[in-house]
Design a protein around this ligand. Structure first.
Ligand code: SF4
Ligand code: SF4
Length: 406
C-alpha cells in the first residue's frame, strides 16, 4: 500500500482520537456489552482489539519509531484484517457508554471505517453499496422515480410534493423502497394529513440522507448528499423536517452541521416526537391498544440521537400497559440492524436480532415496536427465521392503527 496515501489517511484522525486509541487499556469491559461479540465470540470483532489494530497501523506509519527510522508499509492483509473488525460491528455505540475512560468509540470506529475506505479495503458488499449510492442516490440501486411508489401501493390519497411548505417529511430509502416499511410511511403521512399540516415530500429530489455512506467510510460523498438534501429543503422554505428513520434523524441532526460547517435553516425531529406532541397537546385521540407491547430503542435514535422519553410518553397514550425490555434507553442492546452489518455479515445480524427477540419472547410480548425502518426489517427477518409469533410494528404504525387510519 502506497505509504504517503496511508499516512495522509491516518492524519485524518484527530489528535483527540489518537490519544483515545492510545488510552484504550484493552480492559474488555466494553466487550461484555458488545452485541457483535456476543453474537459471534470472534475476538477480532471486540472493540478493544479493533483499537489495538488501528494503533499498530498508526505506529507503523506515524509513530515515534517511524519518525526516526522511516515508516513501514501497511500490508493488504493488515487492511483486510482491520476491515473485518471494523465492519463486523453495528456501530451501536454501546461500547462508548461502557468505557471507563470515556472513549468516543462511535466516532472512532467510523473513522476506522474511513481509513479502510481510503485504503481501498472495504468489504465487497459495502463497496457495491457505496457505488450504488453514487449512481442512484439510494443504496438499493432503484430509480429515483420509484421513491413515491409506496404512496400508490398503500393507496394514500394525499401525498403532496410542493414547491413551498412549512414541514417536510423526509421518508428515507429503507422506508421508501422496502415493502415491509411502506405502511410506516403511510402512517406518518396520514397523521400529518389528519393534523392538517402544510407539508411536503421531496419526491424524486430526495436523495439518501447519507447515513450508509458515512457508515461505509465515504465521508466526502456523504457531504455531497447532505448539501443536496439541505439545498432542496431550504429552497422549499421548510421550517421543520420530520423523519421516521433513526439513521436519517441522526445524520440530519448531528452529522449535517459537522459536515457542512453550519446548521441548516430548519429544525429536525423524529416522527415519534411529532406523535408525542400531537398526543400530549390533544390533537390526536386514539383508542388504547390492549395487548402486551414493548418498545425497542433504535440505537441511532436513543443512545446516539438523544430521543428516549418521547416514544415512552407516546406509548402512555397508545398502550398504557407497555412493558420495558431489559437493556433499554441509553443502555439499549442493538437489534443488529445497524452499521451496514446486513451487507457485511448477515448471519451475525440474524444472531444478534435473535438474542434481542429472545428477550421480548421471555416477557410474553405480543407486539414489538420500534421507531426505525432498519430495526423493523431486522425484527421481521428475525421473527421469520425463528418462527416467532411476535408482531413487529413501527410505533407510528401502531398509533395509526389505534387512530383508525391504518
Ligand atoms: S472499555 Fe474502553 S478502555 Fe476498555 S477495551 Fe473498551 S474501549 Fe478500551
Ligand atoms: S459499536 Fe456496538 S457493535 Fe460496535 S464494537 Fe461497540 S458495542 Fe460492539
Amino acid at each position: 500500500m502506497e505509504i504517503e496515501k496511508t499516512r495522509e489517511s491516518l492524519r485524518r484522525f484527530t489528535r483527540q482520537q489518537m490519544m483515545e486509541l492510545d488510552t484504550c487499556a484493552h480492559c474488555a469491559l466494553c466487550t461484555e456489552k458488545c452485541p457483535a461479540y456476543a453474537g459471534s465470540d470472534v475476538p477480532n470483532y471486540a472493540p478493544g482489539i479493533r483499537s489495538s489494530k488501528a494503533v499498530k497501523l498508526y505506529n507503523k506509519q506515524l509513530g515515534l519509531r517511524a519518525r526516526f527510522l522511516g515508516p513501514k508499509p501497511v500490508t493488504k492483509e493488515e487492511i483486510a484484517d482491520l476491515a473485518d473488525s471494523a465492519f463486523n460491528c453495528t456501530l451501536c455505540g454501546r461500547c462508548m457508554e461502557t468505557c471507563p475512560f470515556g472513549l468516543q468509540t462511535h466516532e472512532l470506529w467510523t473513522s476506522v471505517r474511513r481509513l479502510v475506505h481510503d485504503l481501498g479495503g472495504s468489504l465487497p458488499n459495502v463497496k457495491m453499496l457505496d457505488e450504488m449510492l453514487g449512481e442512484y442516490w439510494n443504496p438499493y440501486g432503484l430509480d429515483a422515480d420509484m421513491r413515491l411508489d409506496w404512496a400508490d401501493y398503500t393507496d394514500l390519497e394525499d401525498a403532496p410534493v410542493k414547491d413551498q411548505a412549512e414541514v417536510a417529511y423526509f421518508v428515507g430509502c429503507t422506508t421508501a423502497f422496502k415493502g415491509a416499511n411502506h405502511e410506516v410511511a403511510y402512517s406518518i403521512a396520514s397523521i400529518l394529513n389528519q393534523q392538517k399540516e402544510d407539508w411536503t415530500l421531496l419526491g424524486e429530489d430526495e436523495w439518501c440522507c447519507g447515513s450508509p455512506l458515512l457508515l461505509a467510510g465515504n465521508e466526502e460523498r456523504t457531504r455531497e448528499f447532505a448539501e443536496h438534501n439541505v439545498q432542496e429543503l431550504e429552497a422549499r422554505g421548510v421550517k421543520k423536517v420530520i423523519t421516521g428513520c433513526a439513521g436519517c434523524f441522526r445524520v440530519f441532526k448531528w452529522e449535517y452541521p459537522k459536515l457542512l460547517g453550519s446548521s441548516p435553516n430548519f429544525e429536525v425531529i423524529h416522527a415519534v416526537e411529532y406523535l408525542r406532541d400531537s398526543l400530549v397537546q390533544g390533537g390526536l385521540k386514539l383508542e388504547p391498544f390492549k395487548g402486551k407491547v414493548a418498545y425497542h430503542d433504535p440505537c441511532e435514535l436513543s443512545r446516539l440521537g438523544g430521543v428516549i422519553d418521547a416514544p415512552r410518553e407516546a406509548l402512555k397514550f397508545i398502550s398504557p400497559g407497555y412493558v420495558e425490555l431489559p437493556e433499554h434507553g441509553m443502555d439499549v442492546r442493538c437489534c443488529g440492524g445497524g452499521g451496514l452489518l446486513q451487507a457485511a455479515n448477515n448471519d451475525l445480524r440474524l444472531e444478534i436480532v435473535k438474542q434481542r427477540l429472545d428477550q421480548a419472547e421471555s416477557l410474553g410480548v405480543e407486539v414489538l415496536t420500534s421507531a426505525c425502518p432498519a430495526c423493523k426489517l431486522a425484527f421481521v427477518d428475525g421473527v421469520n427465521a425463528n418462527e416467532s409469533d411476535i408482531e413487529v410494528l413501527d410505533i407510528l404504525e401502531l398509533a395509526a392503527k389505534q387512530l383508525g387510519l391504518l
